[in-house]
Design a protein around this ligand. Structure first.
Ligand code: HEM
Length: 230
């Protein structure tokens, strides 16, 4: 057990934890996207509201959700702390030739991108998750209900009537794409994935995922906005 604690306290162990939590968050993004694409069905939100009802009331999913919130907090806080430590040690070696000086803008700014994404998630959860779970408290505005099913589609559509909210979502999806583009490559490197045939395929998968998933997420507020103005 002590070796495990030692591993996770070492710098490679910390990078390993960032990679594993990052990959878990990517799997959440995929599941979240598949569920959210139901918002695009032209059915007045019936399929999406039934899906949201299931996701909020299923005990297994509720438990997994608490693991998800803990993982988001861990990944964000650890990432910022690691970036601060790196900055400090770079400051101490100001005159040394540093390999990071040649690194891309994205890789140097993972903590800034990550902080934006963290703020996005907080605002985003206050918008929808808060209204869904705590709409019956003074903290959040209640959602309309039909036969005990909260009309979350109506809440989402209402938020996306505002072009500034749509813009905030689209810009945040660009930030997520940049964060994932470097994050995937870095995670594969940390996990030591190095195979002549499979590594190029895995790294191509990472690049496609980084672009396609945020692009499809961005499509949702754009389509819902256009649906309401046309
Ligand atoms: C842009 C399109 C998106 C839409 C329309 C959307 C919609 C929603 C909705 C309606 C909920 C509330 C679900 C419920 O409480 O049952 C929710 C929850 C959540 N969303 Fe999103 N989302 C989007 C993108 C994202 C992205 C890109 C992330 C992460 C970077 C994210 C992270 C979360 C989290 C962490 C929750 C709470 C999940 C839970 O309680 O299990 N969402 N989203």
């Amino acid at each position: 057990m002590k070796w495990l604690l030692n591993l996770f306290n070492s710098s490679i162990g910390q990078k390993l934890l960032m990679s594993l939590t990052g990959l878990f968050l990517c799997s959440f993004l995929l599941v979240h996207l598949i569920g959210n694409l139901q918002l695009l069905a032209n059915d007045g939100g019936v399929a999406f509201d039934n899906y949201a009802y299931f996701m909020t009331n299923n005990p297994l999913i509720k438990t997994i959700s608490w693991g998800l919130y803990a993982t988001i907090l861990f990944h964000a806080i650890k990432g910022i702390l690691m970036a601060l430590t790196n900055r400090k040690s770079r400051g101490a070696n100001r005159y040394a030739v540093n390999a990071k000086d040649n690194a891309s803008w994205t890789s140097k700014n993972m903590a800034i991108l990550g902080s934006w994404i963290f703020i996005f998630i907080a605002v985003h959860m206050a918008h929808f998750w808060g209204r869904m779970r705590f709409g019956d408290t003074p903290l959040f505005e209640a959602l309309p209900e039909v036969d005990g099913v909260k009309q979350l589609y109506a809440g989402v559509a209402e938020a996306y009537q505002n072009p500034l909210i749509v813009l905030f979502y689209v810009v945040s999806m660009v930030m997520i794409a940049l964060h994932l583009w470097h994050g995937f490559a870095s995670a594969f490197q940390t996990l030591g994935i190095n195979h002549k045939k499979y590594t190029p395929i895995i790294s191509m998968f990472g690049k496609v995922f980084s672009v396609v998933i945020p692009a499809l997420f961005a499509l949702i507020p754009i389509v819902l906005y256009l649906r309401q103005v046309s």
